[in-house]
Design a protein around this ligand. Structure first.
Ligand SMILES: [Zn+2]
Ligand SMILES: [Zn+2]
Length: 344
């Protein structure tokens, strides 16, 4: 089968590989129908994910049809349409039992697919702990509607859930890329009084205004003043930092009101500073990221009910044979690209 493979820093290649087989009793083999490209794939390509193993098939956001299951798999059967969870987790360790599946203590726990074990930008993928890692897609939901459930939508949902958003709040979201836009949709479900989205890309802000006219948009220039002018208590009650740029961490805590909450979802390329003397007396609370992606069944239900819809984010589709072209478009951010789907 064809599989998009990480060879070494800077080099991915579409290669012919043997089809994956069941290795453990709790494994499933999934025939991938759609996969997508994620910014984390680019992080692997650029060598900023040291634990990524050369030779692995990349891709960790996909949907497909169960082809085969191990004897211990209970929740899915061959023929089921499923979303694949970005995280691998056993469901039994201390962290899994608390819902902190990102910190599962299994050797392959956390983000393994498409990083340390073969992922899904391929015709088939082996999914360990299939009862945990797969969720059945309801009949009314299409593959395209479900494509982002396992990764970026899971992240947005988790970020909104841990941010304790209340109806009277002003919520600031930094970053209107794929994860920022998924976060926006999930924050909207919490119905805060006001939402402000900040991005430096005017095209992305226009996308936000077109799809969510009640949301205020702003560029990074003068953001703190803008937020102050549109909030009741000198800043945002809740800030979700999804941008991960050089300046966005500072922007996040500066735009928060005293005693506000800052949820850091972004993955940075380098260390950030926490200038405690400057923050003294602001009494902020920080929460930091690494999605616990174990609520995919809930998000699938919300999609079925029409409350979440990530299809407008999938701006381009390519066949697996043209995945190089798809990566180029995604990397260069041409033609209004937000998310690219790969038909496998
Ligand atoms: Zn990802
Ligand atoms: Zn576990």
């Amino acid at each position: 089968m064809l599989a998009y493979t990480y060879l070494e820093k800077g080099r991915f290649e579409l290669r012919e590989k043997p089809r994956p087989v069941l290795l453990e009793d709790r494994d499933a083999i999934v025939k991938v129908t759609l996969a997508s490209i994620c910014t984390s794939d680019l992080h692997i390509k650029h060598g900023s994910v040291p634990r990524a193993v050369p030779g692995i098939t990349v891709g960790h956001e996909m949907v497909g049809v169960v082809e085969e299951v191990g004897p211990a798999v209970r929740t899915v059967r061959p023929g089921d349409r499923v979303t694949v969870n970005v995280e691998t987790f056993c469901g039994e360790c201390f962290f899994c039992k608390n819902g902190w599946v990102n910190n599962c203590t299994d050797p392959n726990g956390g983000w393994a697919l498409g990083c340390r074990i073969d992922g899904g930008q391929a015709e088939y993928v082996r999914v360990p702990y299939a009862d945990q890692g797969l969720d059945r897609i309801p009949d009314e939901v299409s593959d395209l509607q479900a494509l982002l459930v396992g990764d970026v939508l899971a992240t947005g949902y988790w970020a909104a859930q841990i941010s304790n958003i209340r109806p009277e709040d002003t919520v600031l979201i930094l970053g209107a890329g794929p994860t920022g836009l998924c976060t926006l949709q999930c924050v909207r479900l919490c119905s805060p009084r006001r939402i402000i989205v900040c991005d430096r890309d005017e095209e992305r802000l226009a996308f936000v205004r077109r799809h969510y006219p009640e949301v205020l948009t702003a560029g990074p220039q003068g953001l703190t003043d803008f937020v102050r002018a549109h909030s009741e208590h000198g800043g945002a009650d809740v800030v979700l930092e999804v941008a991960g740029s050089d300046s966005s961490f500072r922007m996040a805590w500066e735009a928060a009101r005293p005693n506000g909450l800052v949820t850091v979802v972004a993955l940075y390329d380098g260390p950030q500073t926490l200038p405690l003397p400057e923050m003294y007396g602001k009494n902020l609370t920080f929460k930091t990221g690494g999605v616990d992606g174990c609520r995919c069944a809930e998000t699938l239900q919300l999609i079925r009910e029409g409350k979440l819809d990530t299809t407008p984010l999938i701006t381009h589709t390519f066949p697996l044979e043209k995945i190089e072209e798809a990566y180029r478009l995604f990397e260069e951010r041409r033609d209004g690209v937000i998310k690219v789907a790969i038909r496998c």
